[in-house]
Structures are given as structure tokens and as C-alpha cells.
Ligand binder design. Structure first.
Ligand SMILES: Cc1cc2nc3c(=O)[nH]c(=O)nc-3n(C[C@H](O)[C@H](O)[C@H](O)COP(=O)(O)OP(=O)(O)OC[C@H]3O[C@@H](n4cnc5c(N)ncnc54)[C@H](O)[C@@H]3O)c2cc1C
Length: 444
């Protein structure tokens, strides 16, 4: 009996995307316009999209000044174009988007040199004179009297939004165009059988697909390992916690304030002063090491402690736990970043008016999963791996939400160029954009 004939039509897909975060949903959005005949589904273990990192981040639509154009060209380009695209999309759909800018401050001479470098990178990454400027402390005082610093980089082309709302909206568009979203379906095993992937859902049900995209965020490494891919890599998870500030602080600044990172390789250790799109203010995120991409509470962390250690020891990246730099960081900076008072003190350096005693209410936490290579080093960039009718997007971190639309267009274009996707109409109108024009802009 032909194996393919045994598979019921309803359980058989041309393409499965694992993960209903902003990345998986953006991929589905473009595919829904480019190819109306393919049977495509997004599989999500939760009851809605953007349940994890995509709905638990800082909500900034980042200007690309932090990214070295030589080393992170794709990410910088995606952030640059992502800003325009989210702005246009939000306007059309009447969704929250504020062009409120961001200020990056230097509190010493060394920091000013870093700001000069960021200004150069920002311009190399597409920002114009009107989008970004370096100003001294006197000039800044006139704009933001409460901020104390030596100099500041003011990025005007930077915004705030709610990525959960944006992801839900693009999901609705994708659904209208025929994409299935299968919720409360956790993928527990993936096996290659003949020319198909057999995917086990919630431990028993099976579905089948010709091609699979792994966009599963904090579980992307586990899914890749399950498919015998990326065995030389592992990951570590950090819970980024936010603290809400009382209402009387909400008018302290007009814009969000970041500071030059003390540890450029680990910029997530420096908390920010965040003005959210609804006008409320928070401090965060810090970086608390946890054992699961869903380690929001102690119970989940205890449950995942042993499996995570075993996974790390078994992976090619087992040196991680012995890597000197990682250990030093784990025992000094990371530990201190866990304390709320240390976090608030770091922000107080450039915003002296805040009183740690008045900051007592926790906000929503989001988890960052960073990939570690076989030398025990944090991998700085996104990793794209194509293998055996599957495509894996690993280490998709900040500013992943900003760049999700153009980045997804890039991935689809690459798969198409390799002949892995067929019959796509690469000139299709995708909402407000023509697909080929997005690619042309990205590749410029
Ligand atoms: C603290 C923090 C702040 C950030 N701030 C910003 C910011 O201000 N601006 C910005 O641009 N970026 C920011 N980022 C980065 C950005 O949020 C991420 O790059 C982006 O959300 C990643 O999206 P994703 O779709 O890859 O992952 P996710 O949102 O994690 O989505 C992956 C999905 O896959 C699902 N999944 C996983 N495994 C399975 C399985 N086995 N079966 C079924 N479903 C599964 C999960 O449930 C999840 O919904 C921040 C990140 C963090 C951690």
C-alpha cells in the first residue's frame, strides 16, 4: 500500500510553520498572498498568537543604530524597513504606533565614543540626518530636563507599539487568505517518513507535511535537535523582568531612554527607561537565567532544571558551562542584574529623580533564548539552516519584532530562489506592499 495514500487529506499539508510568534505569523502572512493553492498551517501550542516573547517585549520599533553594518547587515536592513512597514500597516489598520523616538545616553567619555560609532552605523544602515543626531548634555537638557548624561544620541525615527496587537492583525489577514492556524497543538516529535515529515501533536495525533519551517522561538533549538539538526549548538534562557513605575513618573520624559551597554556582547544586561505606547513607564528588562523558554515561575524552572542540564551536556556545545567568560558573567553581572534595586540604580544614574522605594509593581516578563556555539560563545546573529525539506530560524532575537515583516519576506525569497518553494507569485500585492519591491529594497 502506498504510504502517502494512507494519510488523510485533512492531515496532509504542503507546508507547516511551527510557532505562532511574530516571525511564524509574518511568514504565513506573505505566503498567504504569494501562493493561494498551497495548503499551509501555523502550529501553535498556546491558545493565541504572540503568547510568548512576541507579546512580552519592550514594544520598541527600533532604529538600526546598534548594529554593525558589516556584521549584521540583514538584521539592520530588516529593522530599517520594518519600521516603515509597521508604521504603514498600523496606520491602515488603525493599530497603535507612535513615532516617539528613543534617546541613548552616555554617562562618561568612553560612552561618547560609543555613541559616535552608533551614529555612524545608524547612517550606514539607512538613517538620514533628520532621523538621528548626536547632542551634548546642554542641548538634551532643553528637550529632556530630567535626564543626566554627558551626551546623547537622539533617534527620531524610532517608535513604540504593541506587537501582540500587530501579530493578531497579521494572523487575521493570513487566515482570510486561507492559512490554517492550529492552536493548543504542541509538537512533541518530528520524524522523516519517506518524503514527508510526520509530526506528532500533543503526544498522539499525527499530521504530515512536505516542508517544515521551524520558527518556534525559545524552542527552535529543541525542535532542530529533534530533527538531527544544529547538534553543535545549545541555548540558554534569560527572563527579562520589567517593573512598572507609579503614574507620577509617567511624564518624567517624553521618550524612552537607553544607556550605552556596559557589556556590548550582552546588551540585554542594561535596563532601560521605557515609555510604552499607552504612555505608561517601566524599567527593564533585566536578565534572570532560567531553565526553560517558558520559565516565568519557579515551578516551571524546577521542572525543567534537570532536562535542560542533560540537554546541554549532551549537545556539542557542552563547553558552555565551563566557558570562563560566561561563568564570570553568570556569577557577577547576571547575578546582580537579578536584583530589582540594582536594576533601578542603573537607570537612576541617568534619571536621578526616580526613587527605588516607589517602584514595587512587576510588569510582564519576556524570555530571551540565546544560542551558544561549540566554543561556549554567545552567537551574535540569527542562524538560518536549511536541511532535508526543512528550514530552521534559530537565535531570532532583538530587534526581531521590528524586522519581522521584511525578514520573513527575505526567508521566503531565499527558499524560492533555491527552488524549495514553487509557483509563488513573487510580484503579488501583499497588503500594502508588492513582494518583489520589499526584496529590492532589502537587497539595495
Ligand atoms: C525582554 C525582551 C524584550 C524585547 N524587546 C524588543 C523590542 O522592543 N523590539 C523588538 O523589535 N524586539 C524585541 N525583542 C525581540 C523580539 O521580541 C523577538 O525577536 C521576537 O518576538 C521573536 O519572535 P518569534 O516568533 O521568533 O518567537 P516567539 O514569540 O517566542 O514565538 C515562538 C512561538 O512558537 C511556539 N512554539 C514553540 N515550540 C512549540 C511547539 N513544540 N509546538 C507548538 N508551538 C511551539 C511558542 O508557543 C511561541 O508562541 C525583545 C525580546 C525580549 C526577550
Amino acid at each position: 500500500m502506498n504510504y502517502n495514500k494512507l494519510i488523510k487529506l485533512k492531515d496532509n499539508f504542503d507546508l507547516i510553520i511551527i510557532g505562532g510568534g511574530i516571525l511564524g505569523t509574518s511568514l504565513s502572512y506573505f505566503l498567504s498572498f504569494l501562493n493561494k493553492s498551497k495548503k499551509i498551517a501555523v502550529i501553535e501550542q498556546e491558545h493565541s498568537v504572540a503568547h510568548h516573547t512576541s507579546g512580552r517585549n519592550t514594544g520598541k520599533v527600533h532604529a538600526p543604530y546598534l548594529y554593525n553594518p558589516e556584521k549584521k547587515k540583514l538584521f539592520a536592513n530588516a529593522a530599517f524597513h520594518g519600521y516603515e512597514m509597521w508604521k504603514e500597516y498600523s496606520k491602515l489598520q488603525n493599530l497603535p504606533f507612535k513615532q516617539d523616538g528613543v534617546i541613548e545616553v552616555a554617562v562618561d567619555e568612553k560612552g561618547i565614543k560609543v555613541l559616535e560609532k552608533y551614529l555612524k552605523w545608524g547612517k550606514q544602515n539607512g538613517l538620514e540626518e533628520k532621523d538621528i543626531e548626536l547632542i551634548n548634555n546642554e542641548e538634551l537638557k532643553k528637550i529632556e530636563p530630567e535626564i543626566k548624561c554627558e551626551a546623547a544620541l537622539y533617534a527620531h525615527r524610532d517608535g513604540s507599539t504593541d506587537y501582540s496587537i500587530l501579530t493578531n492583525s497579521i494572523m487575521k489577514d493570513s487566515k482570510k487568505n486561507g492559512i490554517d492556524f492550529l492552536f493548543k497543538k504542541k509538537i512533541t516529535q518530528i520524524k522523516k517518513i519517506k518524503d514527508k515529515w510526520e509530526i506528532t501533536i500533543n503526544g498522539n495525533n499525527k499530521i504530515f507535511t512536505n516542508f517544515l519551517i521551524n520558527a518556534s522561538g525559545g524552542q527552535a533549538i529543541d525542535i532542530a535537535h529533534n530533527m538531527n539538526t544544529a547538534e553543535n549548538l545549545t541555548d540558554v534562557h534569560f527572563r527579562g523582568e520589567y517593573w512598572k513605575t507609579p503614574e507620577k513618573y509617567h511624564k518624567l520624559t517624553k521618550t524612552s531612554v537607553y544607556s550605552v551597554p556596559e557589556f556590548p556582547d550582552y546588551p540585554f544586561l542594561d535596563p532601560h527607561w521605557i515609555v510604552r505606547v499607552d504612555g505608561s513607564c517601566e524599567i527593564g528588562p533585566n536578565a534572570v537565567p532560567v531553565f526553560s523558554p517558558y520559565g516565568y515561575d519557579t515551578a516551571e524552572n524546577i521542572k525543567e532544571f534537570i532536562p535542560k542540564i542533560l540537554e546541554m551536556l549532551g549537545s556539542g556545545a557542552r563547553k558552555t558551562i565551563f566557558d570562563k567568560q560566561f561563568q564570570e558573567l553568570a556569577f557577577s553581572e547576571i547575578q546582580s542584574s537579578m536584583s530589582k534595586s540594582v536594576m533601578v540604580k542603573r537607570v537612576k544614574k541617568f534619571l536621578p529623580k526616580i526613587n527605588p522605594k516607589e517602584i514595587t509593581v512587576k510588569g510582564t516578563a519576556g524570555i530571551r533564548s540565546s544560542v551558544i556555539d561549540e566554543n561556549g560563545k554567545f552567537v551574535p546573529d540569527v542562524i538560518l539552516l536549511e536541511k532535508n525539506s526543512s528550514f530552521h530560524i534559530l537565535n531570532y532575537n532583538s530587534p526581531g519584532a521590528t524586522g519581522a515583516l521584511p525578514f520573513s519576506a527575505h526567508v521566503i525569497n531565499e527558499l524560492h530562489k533555491k527552488g524549495l518553494f514553487e509557483n509563488e507569485d513573487m510580484e503579488a500585492q501583499c497588503g500594502p506592499w508588492k513582494f518583489n519591491e520589499i526584496i529590492e529594497k532589502l537587497e539595495k
